[in-house]
Every structure is written in C-alpha cells, then in structure tokens.
Design a protein around this ligand. Structure first.
Ligand code: 1CP
Length: 375
C-alpha cells in the first residue's frame, strides 16, 4: 500500500525542511540512528502536573483552551521551558477533531471525554458518519494556528503532533465516556461488523486529518495513541482495528522532506497501553517507532519487534513518586535495556500522573542526558 503512495514534500519553511529540527536528537532517534545523548520527553508533560498550567486553566473549559491558539501554544511550551526535554508535545486532546466535525462531546474535569449520546447501534453509526470529515479542511484552522505559533517559538526543539487511533476514539464514542473494559465497543465489533467497519473508517478519516493538519503546520513527528487497544485480542486487533489505524496513518505517511539530498518520511510513533501482545502488529500498520508501556522491558519489546525498530519508553509512572534512588536505579535499567534496540527515546510507560512533583521530572531529564552521554 505504501509503495504506491504519491509523496508530498513539506513546505520549504517547515522546520524539517529548513533543517532546524531534522538533526535534533529526537528526530535522529526516530529515524533509527542512535544520537550521542538519548532524547527524552514525557507523555502528558503539558498539563496537570505543572502549577503554571493549573494557574492558566482557572475558569476555563478544556476544549475551549484547546481551540484558543495562544493558550494551546503557551501550554505546549511550558514543559519545554521548565524541564529541558528534547521535544514538545502539542497541547490538545484526542477528541478535539470529533468536536470540530460536530460531535456533541465535552471533557469533564477529573473524568475525561463524555459524549452527549453513545453510539450503540447501526442507526447511531449512520447518524454519526453523516457528519462530513471534509468539514475539517476549514474547521481545523485554530489547531493549525496553535501549532504554527508553538513551532515559531520552539526553534530547534521539535514539536510532536498526535491523534487518537480509531479504536481508542471508537471506545469513547460507543461507551459514551471513559470505561474500563470497553465492552460495548467490543460487542458492536462482533454484533454489527458492517457498522463497526463504517465507524472505524469514518473515525480514521477524522483523526487522520487532525494529525495531518499538525504536521503541515510545523510538527516534526506524529504519534498515534491507541491507549485502549490493550483490551483487544490479537485476532480482533488484526482483523477489526489495524486496517483503520493504517488508514489514519496514511494521512501523514506520504509527507517527506530532504536531508543531504535524500528523501525522508516524517517519523510516526505508535503507542498503546497493555499492548505487549500486539507490538508487532502495531508496528506493521506503517509506524516507524513503537512506544512501549511499563509492562514489557525494552529488551524484550525489541526482541518481539525483530530487533530493527526504534523504541520509545518505558519508565513506570508509579516510580516518579518513589524515593529518588529507587527511581534512578529504574531509569538506569530502562536506559540499559533500551541499548538493545537500534535507537531509544526515553519516555514514561504512560502519562505523567497529575500529582507528580515537576522537579522530579526535571531531575530525570538531566539524569537521562548525563548517563547516556557518559556511555
Ligand atoms: O481538566 C483538565 O486539565 C483535563 C485533563 C486533560 C488534559 C491535560 C485531558 C482530558 N486531556 C488533556 C491533554 C492531552 N490529552 C494531551 C496533551 C498533553 C500532553 O501529552 O502533554 C494528550 C496527548 C492527550 C491525549 C489523550 N486524551 C489520550 C491518549 C493518551 C493517554 O493518556 O492514554 C486519551 C486516552 C485521552 C482522553 C482523555 N482526555 C482527558 C482525560 C482525563 C482522558 C482519559 C480519560 C480516560 O481514562 O478514559
């Protein structure tokens, strides 16, 4: 599928095209070359653990903030200024493109995304998919503006764009909100396979457009979050989910830039939680890098992936609140195991817990840089 795709070269002003971010540690590692110092960033580094974020959020609604280019850009920059991380991640949410295409969704504090109406039947799927994803061509303007603003201030630090994978978004759409086992979504998959396929194809289009808009506006890499794919068997994942994830990624897979007269693809990372059994399939959808949660050690993840795939991860977020010597020993172990892969970007095995002391994150960044530079 990918061989026949027509390439599209990024704009000459894009930070990968100008060379501003193309040689950064993050992009080198994502392209499979091990840089002298291991790059590090944290999922959910922007947001609740930072006092400057909580201050800025007083009296605002999450989705309003996501659609305000000044605020979304400022919040994206906060952790980069504070922690000396090797990348920014764009501040937004996986449900933003659903909101922009016309879905009744809000983000409830302390809970997460909540839908006005759960999508439970084939008639519900027909109603949802009558919303035209092409509306996003113009509706995504505030997202493009926020990315451009953040990128203009980040200089040589790359910004990572992201989107939710179709299954994780479908899990919210079908359940109507956060859920532990995503049982209604998994029932629909088997009870109404045609409606399921239609729902997944529509969701892939919507989320793929969100991701593409961020890369075109200046993001130097893209991460697809399939946070809840760990609820699936390998067989269900391969048959009923992976094709839609590949379709979502196809929205950015054609984007290229040139370095020293050779064409490179914008790197794509794919991450899931509890997906140790799915790692190989998750790579096969067309990802360059696989994000690993804290359950599978990186040397074992590298073995499962066949030894040629850059990995990202996988410090256990629970240890951020443990005594420093315990955390330090764990981080050194993660770095050591990461050396088995072609390249490694250090991250957490899932997002930063809201009660994390931000100074611990800053100290962890220095540790990763110092330990990896000394090797
Ligand atoms: O009131 C608040 O402060 C809202 C909390 C919050 C924040 C800060 C939510 C609600 N989303 C976000 C931002 C966000 N969401 C980011 C950017 C920040 C960063 O990473 O630095 C990103 C990448 C996301 C992505 C996201 N949203 C995912 C995938 C990543 C993951 O953590 O697994 C998922 C599953 C969501 C849904 C969501 N949005 C918000 C919450 C609390 C949740 C999870 C709810 C649940 O448990 O189902």
């Amino acid at each position: 599928m990918f061989e026949t795709m027509v390439e599209m070269i990024l704009d000459a002003q894009h930070p990968l095209s100008t060379g501003l971010t193309a040689d950064s540690r993050l992009i080198q590692a994502y392209q499979g070359t091990r840089p002298a110092v291991t790059p590090v960033w944290f999922m959910r580094q922007a947001g609740r653990s930072l006092p400057e974020y909580r201050e800025l959020r007083v009296g605002t609604r999450m989705l309003d903030v996501c659609l305000d280019p000044e605020l979304a850009s400022e919040i994206s920059l906060q952790p980069v200024r504070r922690h000396n991380v090797d990348a920014g991640i764009f501040f937004s949410d996986i449900v933003v493109p659903l909101k922009l295409v016309g879905v009744d969704v809000s983000i409830v504090a302390g809970k997460g995304p909540v839908l006005g109406k759960a999508v439970r039947s084939s008639a519900d799927v027909d109603e949802l998919t009558s919303l035209d994803p092409a509306l996003l061509e113009t509706a995504l303007a505030p997202i493009s503006a926020a990315v451009a603003l953040a990128v203009s201030q980040l200089g040589s630090t790359p910004l990572i764009g992201f989107a939710g994978a179709p299954f994780t978004l479908a899990a919210y759409l079908v359940e109507g909100g956060p859920s532990k086992d995503h049982i209604h979504a998994r029932t629909l998959m088997h009870a109404e396979p045609e409606a399921w396929a239609k729902l997944m194809a529509w969701t892939a289009d919507v989320t793929g457009r969100f991701l593409r808009a961020q890369v075109l506006a200046g993001a130097s890499a893209a991460q697809l979050f399939d946070s809840w794919a760990g609820a699936l068997s390998l067989a269900d994942y391969a048959a009923s989910v992976a094709p839609a994830s590949a379709a979502a990624i196809a929205h950015v897979r054609d984007l290229t830039y040139s370095v020293a007269e050779s064409d490179r693809n914008v790197p794509i990372v794919h991450f899931g939680v509890g997906t140790g059994e799915l790692l190989k399939e998750m790579h096969n959808i067309g990802a360059d890098v696989v994000g690993v949660d804290y359950r599978v050690p990186l040397d074992e993840a590298n073995r499962r992936l066949g030894g040629a795939v850059p990995v990202q991860g996988n410090v256990d977020p629970a240890l951020l609140n443990a005594p420093w010597p315990v955390l330090e020993a764990h981080v050194r172990d993660v770095l050591e195991r990461g050396r088995s892969a072609p390249s490694h970007v250090l991250n957490l095995g899932h997002g930063v817990p809201p009660d994390t002391d931000p100074d611990v994150l800053t100290r962890l960044v220095s540790l990763v840089h110092d330990v990896s530079a000394a090797e």
